[in-house]
Design a protein around this ligand. Sequence first.
Ligand SMILES: C[S@@+](CC[C@H](N)C(=O)[O-])C[C@H]1O[C@@H](n2cnc3c(N)ncnc32)[C@H](O)[C@@H]1O
Length: 277
Amino acid sequence: MQVYIDDREFPEKAQALAKRLQLPILTECDFRKKEDALLTWQTPKKSEYLQLSLLPPDSGVISIDFFGGKKAHRRQFGGGKGQPLVRAMGSVENGQPSIFDATAGMGGDAFVLASLGFKVHMNERSSIIAALLDDALQRAQLMADNGELDRESMQILQNLSLSHGDSAQVISEFARQGVRFDSIYLDPMYPHKKKKAATKKEMATFQKLLGPDMDSSHLLESALQHANYRVAVKRPKGAEPIAHSVQPSTAIESPNTRYDIYSIKALIASGSLQQNR
Ligand SMILES: C[S@@+](CC[C@H](N)C(=O)[O-])C[C@H]1O[C@@H](n2cnc3c(N)ncnc32)[C@H](O)[C@@H]1O
């Protein structure tokens, strides 16, 4: 799937984004093929803020809005600290663990964790998804600057940060600079079955855009080298753990999902990980 940047309404913004993402702009192409997608700016209903949006050929608009729509709903009704995702992050002596979300995607899990008080650094390798996340954070900051975010939302925003690149490299780069995270979270793409049509279409777009995450076991190895405390990997219920070389220390189950937990202390004690990583 080729993604074009829409330069019809905001040519300067479009040129800058095209340069940053190394993507062609719409007026440079003679025609749009059926399978192509468009990155454009839209102002959704009930909002006065421009939103970077991906328009795929065969599903609805894909964009990220941390303080409206679905995510606000998930914050309000999405379960508290007892939910499996939160338990998977564990707890450290001096409070809540700092989290590196190595597969940020649309930021859904990161947002839930940030809304429960965790400091979450999101990293995403798709430059297009990272641009959507960056747009959502910048828009939220603009809303904060305009006095339109309540205190709770401001706190959530402060708990979130973002970088772009391959997480295996980004984690090592952080470590070289002396920054280590307590818990590293991995949620690689897996085939989704029995989903509602709308979700299926969005998932199909992601599969076309990103392809399967074939290097998850390499990412896990890198995470194990750099996490202070644990690595948690989200898997579909009944699926194999993502690596054969090292087994999870324990798992947290929920109806459709399992979180494989790799405890650094336990892996060092069993000799599966070296003390001097
Ligand atoms: C299933 S989605 C994650 C969904 C996310 N947890 C959420 O709540 O929205 C997986 C994402 O991880 C990203 N990803 C996979 N491997 C990665 C890696 N090595 N480094 C950075 N991002 C990666 C993919 O590009 C994709 O966007």
